[in-house]
Design a binder for this molecule. Structure first.
Ligand SMILES: [Zn+2]
Length: 317
């Protein structure tokens, strides 16, 4: 019967296989219930939306390393390669629609359970899903900035410039049309990159490339948000990049619980109070559905804190 789903964990649950894993699911659920949570999201949340992930389950590079900041500044050839790949990769990002995980987080924000989404992703999918408290740690692919005058353009506008400067290229068949497509060097050779129309300066996507640093104001804003939150929940990130990992260290130093929903190893495994090794979108969606059911079934009743979510996700639900 339905009421069974709200039973507390049996006293002998610790002896049952998998009980520890289910307890971790319950801990994540309970942390969300405390409200005003800061979440840190990574590529794992967007892979279901067709945005490629850079690292495998062990945190290793899956393919060629992304563009290096200094290389981009110094080398016209690097810029040509970047913009050529981006010419084919951008439409994928522009067309991508948010997944169930993005939508669940927007829903949790509307319930005041999530105060701020800090994302390492540059795809804009949290905003598309309706989240308003979003801090894009590594910037956004949706904007392009001039390094000389600071002028900004939408990426969609720059896509038109790229197309106009390279007529016929759009018809070129590309085998792997993603944001980091391995495009033949031969194509990059003749690729024309437009400069800033106002001052002739270099155009750069408004993202933090590898080797560059996240602006201090962004870092400080995240630290302050964590100080005001009951804890930090990491979603779909291996935390291999220090720009994200430092927030786990900060939360840990402040005695705030840090938990993660991530398939595979993270750099912070030793600092985590709980870890759910499941598809982060599916798990967040299950949490959202279970919260909605709870709201309908018993609006005045609080669920006991340590109910394992896994049970509610299973056939009993
Ligand atoms: Zn300019």
């Amino acid at each position: 019967m339905r009421a069974a789903r709200y039973m507390p964990v049996p006293p002998d649950a610790g002896d049952m296989p998998g009980a520890e894993l289910r307890a971790d699911e319950g801990k994540v659920s309970a942390l969300l219930d405390r409200g005003k949570l800061v979440v840190l999201t990574g590529a794992g949340l967007s892979t279901a939306c067709g945005i490629p992930d850079y690292r495998d389950r062990e945190g290793r590079w899956k393919r060629v390393q992304p563009i290096d900041h200094q290389d981009f500044l110094r080398s016209a050839a690097t810029r040509r390669r970047y913009w050529l790949r981006s010419f084919f990769g951008w439409p994928v990002v522009a067309r991508a629609v948010p997944g169930i995980g993005h939508r669940a987080l927007a829903h949790f924000e509307s319930l005041d359970r999530v105060a701020l989404v800090v994302t390492q992703n540059v795809d804009g999918l949290h905003q598309k899903a309706g989240s308003r408290g979003v801090l894009e740690l590594h910037g956004t692919l949706g904007q392009v900035v001039c390094l000389a005058c600071g002028g900004r353009q939408s990426r969609a506008t720059v896509q038109e410039w790229l197309g106009a400067a390279n007529p016929g290229l759009a018809a070129t068949p590309i085998a792997a049309p993603d944001g980091d497509a391995e495009v033949a060097e031969a194509l990059a050779e003749g690729f024309r990159v437009p400069d800033c129309p106002a001052c002739g300066g270099l155009l750069k996507p408004d993202v933090v490339f590898f080797g560059d640093s996240v602006p201090r104001t962004r870092v400080d804003a995240v630290m302050a948000a964590i100080d005001a939150a009951p804890g930090l929940l990491v979603i779909g990130s291996s935390l291999m990049v220090y720009s994200g990992f430092r927030f786990v260290e900060h939360a840990h130093r402040r005695g705030k619980p840090v938990m993660a929903i991530n398939q595979g190893r993270t750099r912070a495994d030793h600092l985590l109070e709980a870890k759910v090794e499941q598809d982060c979108g599916e798990f967040l969606d299950a949490l959202r559905q279970s919260a909605a059911q709870e709201g309908r079934a018993a609006p005045s009743r609080r669920r006991p804190k340590e109910v394992p979510v896994g049970r509610r996700l299973s056939g009993e639900a």
